[in-house]
Design a protein around this ligand. Structure first.
Ligand code: IYR
Length: 229
């Protein structure tokens, strides 16, 4: 095994902000993100590829285990491929929802969201982005390079991706067709890449609705020190 070298260290670019400005920015970002909603009804209008490319580069800034960056993103704006994805996803989801593969408890938990096996958004959204998690990579000599904290790394990257899409004024949905193996087949990805999440991206359809759900208040999700322990 060849020994790795330590990264050269360079000065960190960092500017402290006045506290008042930090708090303003924190509040503004929170309020912007609080407006984000998962959207299931998309307009057909195209979105600039550049937007998708920037969102993926933002996702690529995520920290990752041993800086392995264990993700591959596939963006699809070809209607034929979107259609193929929809047909394959609906085949699986039909099995889940009406073929008895989903437990009654699971179906009950999903009732408030009103989801079913129909996934028209996979065709109406102008772009689908699939994030693949690389379980390992190849070193070019037939050897495997181990990846660390793959689930955590890819999860963080997807969070940044969602924030970027929202911030640029587009909408998305974290879609999890199950099982997702068909994405690897349709998109021709190698065996070390597992589909992780599928994001339809676009503008909401005019008249799009979202469930009137509430987010947990701060006191329910944050405990300072030993509060409520
Ligand atoms: N994968 C299915 C079911 C589904 C599961 C959960 I958990 C959700 O929060 C939403 C949907 C689907 O996409 O319909």
């Amino acid at each position: 095994m060849t020994k790795k070298k330590e990264y050269r260290h360079v000065p960190l670019e960092f500017h402290r902000l006045p506290e008042a400005r930090m708090i303003d920015r924190a509040r503004a970002f929170h309020h912007e993100m609080a407006r984000r909603r998962s959207v299931r009804f998309f307009a057909a209008d195209p979105v600039p590829r550049e937007c998708i490319e920037h969102a993926i580069q933002t996702a690529g800034t995520a920290p990752s285990g041993a800086h392995m960056q264990p993700w591959t993103w596939v963006a699809v704006d070809d209607p034929e491929i979107k259609k193929e994805v929809r047909i394959a996803a609906e085949k699986e989801e039909r099995e889940n929802y009406v073929g008895g593969r989903m437990s009654p408890e699971w179906k009950e938990a999903l009732l408030p969201l009103g989801t079913d096996w129909h996934k028209p958004f996979l065709e109406t959204a102008p772009c689908l982005v699939v994030c693949f998690a690389q379980s390992y990579s190849l070193n070019g000599k037939g050897g495997r390079v181990k990846h660390y904290y793959v689930q955590e790394s890819v999860g963080i990257a997807c969070g940044l991706f969602i924030a970027a899409i929202h911030d640029m004024g587009l909408a998305t949905l974290t879609h999890t067709p199950n099982p997702m193996g068909f994405l690897r087949r349709i998109l021709g990805r190698p065996a070390n890449e597992k589909p992780y999440l599928l994001f339809p991206i676009g503008y909401p359809a005019s008249g799009a609705t979202v469930p009137d759900l509430r987010r947990k208040p701060l006191r329910a999700i944050l405990k300072w020190n030993l509060e409520g322990g």
